[in-house]
Ligand binder design. Structure first.
Ligand code: ADP
Length: 603
């Protein structure tokens, strides 16, 4: 409502009154007075309406401001400012119920209260008022507390001469979550039922804003906590995945559990025996309660177990270490502060990550020791086989040469079969002992700078009889000015022998073999190209693995153990080179390797 029309109307009334006052009371004047009365009634009504409108406008603008903020403290302070502004109260404050409590509340924002007052028992009256508002969920109003039987007896009313008091509950989904309290010490009748209605309306708006801010804060906190947890888990993963050492994996897990749970002590108990009754063969140092039923329950239910903490004693959490739903053991954690289900869930996640690393480390350890046992076995067997094979070879040769008497044709052919087979066995024994020497680091290389050309030519001439047997042609070309390679000459011969003899074996009669040697960055690359049987895509995936031989009949009719390529690969890599092949089934293959041109190059 505009102020000018009100003023105009008042001025008009004043003028009329002035006129009437200076005249005798006539019928007309009486009628004029009645008109004034009507005008005044209208004005009063309009003024009330305008008051109501301005309060609603204030309420609207405040609720809009509240809705735009999600910061809980900011919202609470905005609420109190608006309340004081709207009700013209002297002082006021806002309380919120403690989480999960219907009685305990905490002061969250106050206006015009001194810190001392807030802490003394002068708050008694406010406590009574708030207590009743929170309990009933209804607003409360007193126009003069001194004469209100509900409060007049209270010390603080008497002492502070409290007069007007108003309090409205903050309701969320019908349930009180707090209250807004305002009072005035000097004026009686400051607040009317209309004012309480306004406060109630405002409190319900504020409660919604609070609820939102609360929800946001909680979601925000939950999100931040989840992010922090995921970061921790990623860190745990990184640390665990760095090693494949079993004991280290267990220790890293224990340290993380201690750090994350802030526990006094934690033990990792791993199942060493599959016997259900006694899964643990040994216990870590300091662990003195092997019979704790929580451990058994955790292993049976495959779920964490929380022990209800007796006052003053440590709380215990037992988390199973599960890998693919199979328990590897448990982690027992003791701490003073009780564990919440959220703590337990997070520690369960952490143990899940640890389980994978522990299992991997365990498998790796098992593979390592199996490998060691295998290498040891091979080294013993090959050593033991060498001596009798040398003597079989020697005596067969003596027999074949007729040193101990003439041998007939049939005997000679039998002796040749024996000699051939001993040759095959000795090839196998030497490949096996080579592998075991490389794997145990016992193969010593004697590397120097050497030109490959001379060695290639030597190999070609040594394999010439075999090539001629199959009427195959072999030519070689060398890039001019090829750098020498840093390699062990005997090993270079071994590699070339394997590649060229394979090319010869797996290329049909009258086939073509070509050797091409050229510079490639800091290495020399040698390609051995044949137009032989080629390798099927399926076989290509298995090449270089020990004992692999293709099922192709053309392969099976040749002699071999399937060890040559794997030994060759180990040797090439030991000398700092690379090895590879390309092949098209039925058309031919190219096997290649590189050797560094300088010491340490390509390693
Ligand atoms: P071996 O020749 O004793 O069988 P290798 O380890 O040297 O053992 O070779 C493994 C397998 O790779 C061979 O059995 C054969 O199936 C395949 N292979 C190797 N070289 C060639 C080649 N040049 N052409 C076709 N297949 C080959």
């Amino acid at each position: 409502m505009d102020i000018n029309p009100v003023e105009d109307r008042l001025n008009r009334i004043k003028g009329t009154l002035h006129q009437i006052g200076s005249q005798p009371m006539t019928i007309e004047n009486r009628a004029a007075l009645q008109g004034i009365q009507k005008d005044l009634d209208g004005l009063t009504q309009d003024l009330q309406l305008s008051h109501e409108q301005s309060r609603l406008a204030a309420l609207y603008s405040v609720s809009q401001a509240l809705g735009s903020s999600l910061d809980l403290d900011k919202v609470l302070n905005q609420v109190m400012d608006a309340v004081i502004g709207l009700t013209h109260a002297e002082r006021g404050f806002l309380v919120l119920l403690e989480e999960n409590s219907t009685e305990e509340w905490r002061l969250r924002a106050a206006r015009n209260y001194s810190q001392e007052t807030l802490q003394t028992k002068d708050m008694e009256i406010s406590r009574t008022v708030i207590g009743s508002v929170i309990q009933t969920g209804q607003g409360l109003l007193t126009t003069d507390a001194r004469s209100d039987p509900r409060f007049s007896e209270q010390n603080s009313v008497v002492f502070y001469a409290l007069r007007s008091i108003m309090c409205a509950p903050l309701l969320s989904r019908g349930k009180p979550i707090g209250a807004i309290y305002v009072d005035n010490r000097a004026q009686t009748g400051l607040f009317s039922p209309g004012e309480l209605e306004l406060l109630n309306a405002f409190a319900s708006q504020a409660a919604v804003a609070l609820e939102n801010a609360w929800l946001y804060t909680r979601t925000d906190q939950a999100l931040a906590q989840r992010v922090a947890e995921l970061e921790t888990l990623a860190q745990v993963d990184r640390e665990l995945n760095k090693h494949l050492d079993f004991d280290l994996a267990v220790e890293i897990t224990r340290n993380w559990v201690l750090q994350v749970s802030k526990a006094a002590q934690a033990w990792v108990l791993l199942i060493e025996d599959d016997l259900k009754n006694d899964p643990f063969v040994s216990f870590p140092p300091g662990f003195s309660e092997p019979g704790d039923p929580l451990i058994e329950n955790a292993l049976d239910d495959l779920k964490y177990q929380l022990a209800p903490a007796a006052s003053g004693s440590l709380s215990r959490l037992v988390v199973p270490i599960l890998h693919s739903s199979k328990p590897l053991g448990v982690i027992v954690i003791d701490r003073l502060q009780p564990f919440t289900p959220l703590d337990a869930q997070f520690l369960s996640h952490l143990c899940g990550r640890a389980a994978a690393a522990i299992e991997n480390a365990r498998l790796y350890q098992a593979v390592q020791s199996a490998n060691q046992a295998k290498t040891k076995f091979i080294s013993v067997v090959t050593h033991e086989l060498r001596i009798p094979m040398t003597s079989i070879k020697g005596y067969t040769d003596l027999l074949r040469q007729g040193v101990v008497g003439t041998v007939n044709e049939q005997q000679l052919s039998f002796l040749n079969i024996v000699r051939n087979n001993v040759e095959r066995m000795s090839a196998l024994v030497s490949d096996l002992s080579e592998i075991s020497r490389i794997e145990t680091g016992r193969l010593k290389l004697e590397c120097s700078l050497i030109q490959v050309q001379g060695y290639v030519e030597e190999i070609v001439s040594s394999l010439q009889p075999k090539l001629e047997e199959k009427k195959q042609t072999l030519d070689a070309d060398f890039q001019p000015g090829l750098s020498p390679v840093f390699a062990d000459p005997n090993r270079l011969m071994q590699i070339l022998t394997n590649f060229v003899s394979n090319a010869c074996k797996y290329t049909p009669v009258e086939g073509k073999i070509h050797i091409h040697a050229y510079q490639q960055e800091q290495s020399v690359r040698i390609d051995v190209i044949d137009n032989g049987i080629g390798i099927s895509p399926e076989d290509q995936t298995r090449l270089f693995s020990q004992f692999f031989r293709s099922d192709d009949p053309a392969v099976r009719e040749e002699q071999g153990w399937g060890l040559g390529l794997s030994v060759t690969k180990l040797i090439v890599e030991l000398m700092g080179g690379n090895i590879g092949f390309t092949s098209a089934y039925g058309q031919g293959s190219t096997f290649w390797f590189t050797l560094p041109t300088r010491s340490g190059e390509g390693m």
